[in-house]
Design a protein around this ligand. Structure first.
Ligand SMILES: Cc1cc2nc3c(=O)[nH]c(=O)nc-3n(C[C@H](O)[C@H](O)[C@H](O)COP(=O)(O)O)c2cc1C
Length: 165
């Protein structure tokens, strides 16, 4: 017996993908004295040698053109105490950095205080894919200190959750 397939409705597409649990990141960069960032679920590792990672960004992103111009970005992996940060960086056209403490990474990208971990990357390649761009970064530095936060922020079926459930 085969599993039946139907036309792919956007809602069912979203719902199906919601079953894939992931962590949450904020991709940040800095250009013209302006920190940039957006909440990003579509982060994954690509290659060990060289060390490559990737994320997908909507073509309509307001922050990505500046990130591209800077040619570098940091991946802030959020901790379970940063659901507010995730929401704040998901709102286009708002002051995303209001009340957010950060420090510059070795490449000059903002590292958000309280993040679980971070990676510092240079843009290695960019590929158009439907209504998104697939961005590949080469990792140039990463967090070598043990973070005070220990638990990840997780996203599953459209909701934040944590490892405890
Ligand atoms: C949990 C969560 C995950 C998200 N993942 C992505 C993603 O992988 N790629 C993306 O382009 N937008 C993603 N978004 C949406 C962006 O964060 C949102 O569109 C943001 O406003 C974009 O900001 P910008 O237009 O200032 O760049 C996500 C939002 C949330 C809440």
């Amino acid at each position: 017996m085969s599993l039946s397939s139907t036309a792919i409705e956007p809602l069912s597409f979203r719902k199906a993908l919601g079953h894939y649990a992931s962590g949450i990141t904020v991709i940040t960069s800095h250009i013209d004295d302006q920190p940039l960032g957006f909440t990003c679920q579509s982060f994954y590792s690509v290659s060990m040698n060289p060390p490559l990672v990737s994320f997908s960004v909507m073509s309509s992103s307001a922050s990505y053109p500046g990130i591209r111009q800077a040619g570098r970005f940091a991946v802030n992996i959020l901790s379970d105490e940063q659901a507010g940060i995730s929401n704040q960086f998901a709102r286009q056209g708002t002051d995303k950095w209001r009340g957010v403490q950060w420090q510059a990474s070795p490449l000059g990208n903002p590292i958000i205080a309280g993040s679980l971990h971070w990676l510092d990357c240079e843009i290695h390649a960019e590929h158009a894919a439907g209504d998104h761009l697939i961005v590949i970064g080469e990792v140039k530095a990463l967090n070598l200190q043990e973070a005070t936060a220990t638990q990840p922020l997780l996203y599953f079926k459209g909701q934040y959750c944590n490892l405890a459930g």
